[in-house]
Design a protein around this ligand. Sequence first.
Ligand code: AMP
Ligand code: ZN
Length: 136
Amino acid sequence: MNRMSSCIFCKIIKGDIPSFKLFESDKTFAFLDINPLSKGHALVIPKHHGEKLADIPDDSLTELLPVAKKIAIALGATNYNILQNNGRLAHQEVDHVHVHIIPKPNEAEGLGVKWPQQKIDMGELKALAEEIKSKM
Ligand code: AMP
Ligand code: ZN
């Protein structure tokens, strides 16, 4: 069995595994997260199977944010996080690209974020920007 046929989100798209669907188009699918961090926690996925963001062609990415926006508006969420995890260290558990919409109704529910800011030398920051730009 290849990765695509064993992928839980590909099975959800095909309807082989049930989901609470919120949106579907030719290239995009959205549904409620089964273990929500808060009420209304939802996922938007490209129908194109790919493990990480860089594995998805640009034309399969175009609807992800607009659909996340529609869902955030429908939820009436005023505080929320849009999150897309890549790789185990970065908390990715399902290896099919997905964008989380996570309402943050209070301190206890929703996404908990650590934000360990570092001090960096401006020269180093400038050199880093140049290096990244040269590779884009
Ligand atoms: P991540 O840690 O970014 O890979 O998030 C994967 C998300 O998928 C988690 O929030 C899970 O609760 C959610 N999830 C896993 N299986 C299902 C499923 N069958 N239906 C809905 N959501 C799911
Ligand atoms: Zn998949």
